[in-house]
Design a protein around this ligand. Structure first.
Ligand SMILES: [Zn+2]
Ligand SMILES: [Zn+2]
Length: 444
């Protein structure tokens, strides 16, 4: 750190007046505003931030151009900026880059200084203008810049980016489709080139991974996970806390935990038998379990990949439609590959959907499409039939809870299932029921 010189008179009065103006507002006073007032204050401050940013970038650019860093012995403008305030050279370098970028788009720079666009919008416009297709003239380029500045306030950043990909409609309307197509081809090629994926066994019962995939596939994945997850989020928001079952419904999972759970649900529902079978590598995953464990035992099961799973988890997986249970009786050969005998047919699942209307766990509102048929009675494990009255629809999240925590399910006289929580959840084991409205069935 070095001693900074006093502010020169050309800027000192204005900058200290600006600082003084902010000082006159106590931080606590925002809490006393009306909600509309708080929203308006947030917007005004964001615009003020843009104004300050424009000046900060202009000053940084000027200091960079005059090589001011050398006069104080700093190795670069970024390092010099870090020394004056903040101590973060990476932030300093970023500021210099942003300043360079904005120097090429003067109208955008001015709009930032007037608080009309955010820095992110200004950067996006600068980036898009440097990559304009079709070799536009200076005037055409200015036209594009003004159009994007007009569009910016009405659009999200993502929409502004998509708009910018078609900005050549301002000077070459007959070529705009071709231009956009060229941009997309280049972007997709870059996305595939930059894509990567890894997954590693952490040897503590978890896997860790990371990936970069193209935007389209990323959005597909995110949509699917959010769809699997959505009702869960809704329940978590409106739950009654004193209800023991609802307390189980969410131990306040984080967003990350919810999405990870949705990802696992997706994996378990991949149609292994419909995926390409490469030489020697089967994509159909089986769950190997002893008959005793399938009924009630404690002996661990094995996934065909070799992974050992608890008896409860094995029972749950054996219950799922997409996973093939192989039931053993102590010997090396399976008694049967119990899909036909032990799994509900599509027609049975449909009938259960009519009866149950979705997940039957108390308090859950997941629709039938995200439920599996859970065997509520144990005789299915012994190879018995899977009668309609043996099964209930249940979502993946509650399926796990029911198997791991040992909830019992009994059918009441009206044919609907009651859930009996384990003593660990409710010492009195009072039955709970999903209160979903069912218009076509007799009342309890
Ligand atoms: Zn089950
Ligand atoms: Zn559920």
């Amino acid at each position: 750190m070095f001693e900074s010189s006093p502010l020169p008179t050309a800027v000192a009065p204005a900058l200290s007046a600006a600082a003084g103006a902010l000082d006159s507002i106590a931080l606590g006073s925002y809490a006393t505003l009306t909600q509309a007032g708080q929203i308006a204050a947030c917007e005004a401050l964001a615009r003020l931030e843009s104004r300050v940013k424009a000046h900060q970038l202009a000053a940084a650019h000027a200091a960079d151009a005059s090589e001011a860093a050398a006069t104080v012995g700093a190795t670069s403008t970024g390092a010099m900026l870090a020394n004056t305030f903040g101590g973060d050279p990476a932030a300093g370098n970023r500021l210099v880059k942003q300043a360079m970028k904005l120097e090429s788009v003067s109208a955008t720079q001015q709009a930032l200084a007037r608080g009309e666009v955010s820095l992110a919008q200004a950067e996006l416009i600068a980036d898009k203008l440097t990559a304009l297709p079709g070799g536009p003239t200076e005037a055409q380029r200015d036209g594009c810049e003004n159009q994007l500045l007009d569009d910016a306030p009405r659009m999200t950043l993502k929409d502004l980016s998509r708009r910018a990909d078609r900005i050549s409609d301002t000077f070459a309307p007959d070529k705009v489709d071709a231009h956009e197509n060229d941009i997309l081809i280049a972007r997709e090629a870059k996305a595939w080139a930059n894509s990567y994926w890894w997954i590693a066994d952490r040897r503590d019962g978890t896997y860790k991974g990371e990936f970069i995939i193209p935007e389209a596939q990323g959005e597909m994945l995110k949509n699917v996970l959010q769809a699997i997850n959505a009702p869960q989020i809704k329940m978590a928001a409106g739950k009654a806390v004193d209800d023991p079952a609802l307390a189980v419904l969410d131990d306040k999972p984080t967003y990350g935990q919810q999405m990870a759970s949705a990802f696992c649900t997706l994996i378990e529902h991949l149609p292994g038998d419909k995926l390409p079978q490469t030489a020697g590598v089967g994509t159909t995953v089986t769950v190997n379990i002893d008959l005793d464990s399938l009924i009630d035992g404690l002996k661990a099961g094995t996934v065909s990949t070799g992974c050992r799973i608890s008896a409860g988890e094995a029972r749950r997986m054996a219950c799922e439609q997409g996973l093939l249970p192989m039931v053993f009786n102590g010997g090396p050969l399976p008694l049967d590959c119990g899909r036909k005998e032990r799994c509900f047919t599509t027609a049975q699942r449909r009938a259960m959907g009519k009866r149950d209307g979705g997940c039957t766990f108390p308090g859950c509102d997941r629709p039938p499409s995200w439920c599996v048929g859970h065997h509520a009675r144990k005789r299915w494990a012994e190879g018995g039939t899977t009668d309609l009255v043996d099964g209930v629809l249940i979502c993946a999240h509650h399926h796990r809870i029911v198997h791991v925590q040992h909830w019992d399910i009994v059918f009441a006289e009206d044919g609907h299932p009651d859930y009996i929580p384990p003593a660990t959840v409710d010492p009195r084991r009072r039955p709970l029921r999903n209160a979903r409205f069912r218009p076509h069935t007799a009342a309890a």
